[in-house]
Design a binder for this molecule. Structure first.
Ligand SMILES: [Zn+2]
Length: 433
């Protein structure tokens, strides 16, 4: 089915943040992708929004308030004042304190949340936020370049309207933060395809992590070895996802499109081409379920830009040229200036046919245990994170994107007793406050 209504969320400031000179995570990639998206003319077939910015209140729907307060206050200048908290919140080397850290979190999280709200209101069929997808962030701490888990917060928003949400993660790293958040529930199924073994970060995600309690069999892990290519990946990805769809029948999907699973990534070790990576995105799009697509890892800048530009074109069903158009960052794509450069294999595919078949079979066996599309009675649907008038008012260039929710609206919100973020009954986030 084509002609999907696609909303693309982009804050022009989000590419201006710097984790530090030697740090592999470069928010600048977001500016490059946006420039490519515009210069390929992709804005014609989707609506571009300057997204809402998440408040501390929004972030605290998942994260602990002390952690969020720390993120709000800490700066490179007052680090010594907060030195005793750095270890506690795992902030330092991998997750450094940089200028504007909280603003950065607020922008990428707000964009995912905005996407979820637009999907809930049936304003669009697909919402895109390449600045989001920070899947490692935990309730109490930063992890793997991630501070606030925009994915968990967006899924909590989707759960107000959707009985079952499917989360799919094609980053080279395990989607541990999202899995952990929903480990005990059957209302979210998490499916992560990732490199596992030899202490590859974050070290979790073996095939025996399947969820617990009500969530038993609702965490699906597909551990892969280095060097996997397009063909092998699709041999695993498509049957597993099709099986999940048939059994779980989600009413919304969140797809984390981490581009560090591409060939030649600075940190990754897979051998996917942009076409092979995009094939997964197209496969999910063609399932015709409301879809939030977010970014994630991706540390060879030019390849991330190629990948997410190409995937934007796939999501709007627009064919684009293999020749990178004239734009301000064109030099990055020298010497070939191609959208789909040749894949230069650095690593042999360590995934044998037998190994891949074994994993698919293991996944099928576990999925047999899934109760056919569990239903939930949603009573007392909590209020939307944003009142509707405000949602309408934040289209790009229209008004102040930094507008916060009036206290009266925050007060009006009622959290349903049977929902996840009800502090007293919350068992999903293994926390004792
Ligand atoms: Zn990653």
């Amino acid at each position: 089915m084509s002609n999907k209504r696609v909303f693309y969320f982009y804050n022009p400031e989000v590419g201006n943040f710097h984790y530090g000179p030697a740090h592999p995570m470069k928010p600048h990639r977001l500016s490059v992708i946006h420039s490519l998206v515009l210069n390929y003319g992709l804005y014609n077939k989707m609506q571009i929004y300057r997204p809402y910015r998440a408040s501390a209140h929004d972030m605290c729907r998942f994260h602990h308030d002390e952690y969020i307060e720390f993120l709000q206050r800490v700066t490179p200048q007052n680090l010594t004042t907060y030195s005793k908290y750095l270890n506690h919140f795992n902030v330092g080397e991998d997750c450094p304190v940089f200028e504007g850290l909280y603003d950065f979190c607020s922008m990428y999280t707000g964009a995912s949340l905005d996407g979820a709200m637009k999907l809930n209101k049936n304003c669009c069929d697909i919402a895109i936020n390449w600045s989001g997808g920070l899947h490692h962030a935990k309730k109490f701490e930063a992890s793997g370049f991630c501070y606030v888990n925009d994915i968990v917060i967006a899924i909590l928003e989707l759960l107000k309207y959707h009985p079952r949400v499917l989360y799919i993660d094609i980053d080279v790293h395990h989607g541990d933060g999202v899995q952990e958040a929903f480990y005990l529930t059957d209302r979210v199924m998490t499916v992560s395809f990732h490199k596992y073994g030899n202490w590859f970060f974050p070290g979790t995600g073996d095939m025996y992590e399947i969820g617990a309690d009500l969530g038993r069999y609702y965490s699906v892990n597909v551990p892969l070895k280095e060097g996997i290519d397009d063909f092998s990946y699709s041999q695993v990805f498509k049957p597993v996802i099709q099986h999940v769809m048939d059994l779980y029948q989600p009413t919304a999907i969140v797809l984390q499109c981490g581009a560090d699973s591409l060939n030649g990534d600075r940190l990754g070790c897979f051998n996917l081409s942009t076409k092979g990576h995009g094939e997964c995105v197209k496969f999910i799009k063609d399932l015709n379920v409301p879809l939030l697509t977010v970014g994630g890892g991706g540390y060879t800048l030019r390849n991330v830009a190629r990948c997410w530009t190409y995937e934007t074109s796939l999501l709007i069903d627009e064919e684009i040229s293999n020749i990178i158009p004239e734009h301000e960052y064109r030099d990055y794509f020298a010497p070939d200036f191609l959208l789909h450069p040749e894949v230069v294999t650095r690593q042999d595919n360590a995934n044998s046919k037998q190994y891949l078949e074994l994993i698919v079979k293991h996944t099928y066996d576990n999925l047999k245990m899934v109760q056919h599309s569990p239903s939930v009675q949603i009573q007392n649907v909590p209020g939307d994170a944003l009142p509707t008038e405000e949602m309408n008012a934040i289209a790009l260039d229209e008004t102040d994107p930094d507008v916060r929710q009036p206290q009266i609206e925050l007060d009006r919100r009622v959290d349903a007793a049977n929902e996840f973020y009800d502090d007293d009954k919350d068992q999903d986030f293994d926390e004792t406050r």
